[in-house]
Design a protein. Structure first.
Length: 501
């Protein structure tokens, strides 16, 4: 048994945590050192209320967790950081953060993608980057910030996990799995794309690309933590710093060629693992993304709105004094008939913070379906609609990647949602294997173990350890499959008769 203890800082859009891990033979023994909320804040900038991440609170939570983990373990061998994608901080020439990273759900990027594609056709951009178009991709955020005083004063741009990594160890790097979500990377070469950077600079009217840091692959030991942290002997390791990359690395797929995954948290990332990107026109039209994975892999996936719809509904009910515990909500939803009302979970009206139940009710009303009017029916509508969206995304990804998918792995907080797992099995007609819940942190920890030479065998070994260390639940498809066919046809008809694939 190695005596090394690794620490994962894993920041999700709803909460952050610090987990430690230690290998005991082929098992990983984990412990939670800290868990803290992630609460974005709206702050006035000029005449707008800009939605920002409270990055100092997140840093404080991570620091406190690492301090506790350091004491409990008798000294950490290493630490790695992963967070959500695309967002970044700007630093001045002294390395000081110039402002809070702006949240990807902030509206500042409206119109930026269209401006960018007027200068570089979307087809060309996809042929290089393989990246889906989301309004919040880093390339569009940087374009939206062009001309701002903050961007003008910046000497460095660091993605959020790289920012925390810099605060831990001092190195300014960009880890490639997360860089692949920026829309600035050539997904084939795993390097920044000179062509895309040149377009961005020209449009922004300044040398934005000079702010980018050198790229590193996951599994790179970056160096010791800064002496000022007081954890002598601890190394900072670049892990799959995109949370989804760490999660996919740890999905316990015995046969990745015949498996799909759903990384189910605030977002649902629905996809397969490939050796090479798929950059066909059909793939671009379906807005499937090619994100880079650990160990030279490609995560070919679709972003589907996830449990954000439920957590934002809960936030609304709480503000109205109608707080209901999640377990009670899910139990009540289980008693509502299936597929009574289904909505397009990726409808743009559902993406910004706000009164989610009212927006869902409006989508139902305007499409002539029964209107969810309480917590149970709204929750059921969200879960049925998510399961339906998973079915569509899975079929699209499998078709475009030419994959025969025989099992679906659900990892992340959503793996605890039995009703959603069951509906996912029913809607896809495939067995669902749920767990582990903390898959992202496990992927983060085991990449560190590999980097320190404690675990050989690459991704198959990582997945073997995860399978041996986790309780997994299997859900077989059941019920009337035609129910889902009809629900899908209904949604397609609402979308104007053309299947949204
Ligand atoms: P993120 O990393 O994006 O913050 P997580 O993977 O932590 O997301 O998942 C958070 C979601 O998991 C919550 O929004 C909630 O819907 C779901 N979840 C967490 N705990 C439970 C539970 N006990 N039962 C059902 N769902 C749960
Ligand atoms: C999930 C996630 C996802 C991104 C989104 C911004 O946490 O990283 O993979 O697309 O956040």
């Amino acid at each position: 048994m190695t005596t090394n203890t690794y620490a994962a800082v894993d920041l999700g859009a709803t909460s952050g945590r610090v987990l430690t891990g230690r290998l005991d033979g082929r098992r990983l023994v984990t412990a939670e050192a800290a868990r803290f909320v992630n609460e974005p804040v709206r702050v006035p900038v000029g005449d707008r209320q800009v939605l920002q991440w409270d990055v100092l609170a997140l840093w404080a939570g991570a620091r406190a967790g690492l301090d506790a983990a350091h004491r409990a373990s008798g000294g950490l061998a290493s630490v790695g950081v992963d967070t959500w994608a695309v967002d970044h901080g700007l630093l001045d020439a002294d390395g000081a953060l110039l402002g809070n990273p702006v949240h990807y759900r902030d509206e500042r990027t409206a119109g930026a993608a269209d401006r960018f594609f007027a200068a570089l056709p979307a087809e060309t951009h996809y042929a290089i980057t393989g990246a889906q178009v989301q309004p919040f991709n880093t390339v569009f955020q940087l374009l939206a910030a062009a001309g701002s005083a903050q961007l003008g004063a910046a000497a460095r741009v660091l993605l959020v996990p790289d920012l925390l990594t810099a605060w831990l160890g001092g190195a300014h790097v960009t880890e490639v799995t997360n860089a692949s979500t920026t829309g600035l990377l050539d997904v084939g070469t795993r390097r920044w794309s000179p062509r895309v950077l040149e377009r961005l600079d020209a449009l922004a009217g300044s040398d934005v690309s000079r702010l980018l840091a050198p790229l590193v692959e996951p599994g790179t030991v970056l160096g010791p933590v800064l002496p000022t942290h007081g954890w002598g002997g601890t190394h900072v390791v670049a892990v799959g710093s995109h949370d989804t990359a760490s999660a996919v690395a740890a999905v316990p797929m015995a046969d990745p060629a015949h498996a799909a995954y759903i990384s189910s948290g605030t977002w649902s990332l629905v996809g397969v693992e490939l050796d090479a990107p798929v950059r066909t026109e059909a793939s671009r039209r379906a807005n499937v993304t090619n994100e880079l994975g650990v160990a030279g892999t490609v995560r070919y996936l679709k972003n589907v709105a996830g449990l954000w719809l439920l957590s934002e509904s809960q936030r609304t009910w709480r503000a109205q004094g109608r707080e209901t515990a999640l377990a009670a909500l899910l139990a009540a939803a289980a008693d509502v008939p299936a597929c009574r009302t289904v909505v397009d979970v990726d409808d743009p009206v559902l993406s910004a913070p706000g009164d989610m139940p009212a927006r869902i009710a409006e989508l139902a009303r305007s499409s002539g379906q029964p209107v969810p009017d309480d917590e149970a029916t709204t929750t059921r509508c969200i879960l049925d609609s998510l399961a339906l969206a998973y079915r569509r995304a899975l079929r699209t990804v499998a078709r475009l990647a030419d994959r025969d998918v025989r099992v679906v792995h659900v990892v992340g907080g959503g793996a605890r949602n039995d009703l959603l797992c069951r509906l996912t099995a029913d809607a896809t007609g495939l067995p669902v294997v749920a767990g582990p819940v903390e898959c992202t942190a496990l992927g983060n920890l085991l990449v560190q173990a590999g980097a320190l030479g404690d675990l050989d065998g690459g991704l198959p070994a990582v997945r073997e350890v995860v399978a041996a260390s986790s309780d997994l639940t299997r859900w077989e498809p059941s019920g009337d499959a035609t129910l889902w066919d009809r629900a899908e046809a209904r949604l397609d008809a609402l979308a104007g008769g053309s299947p949204r694939r």
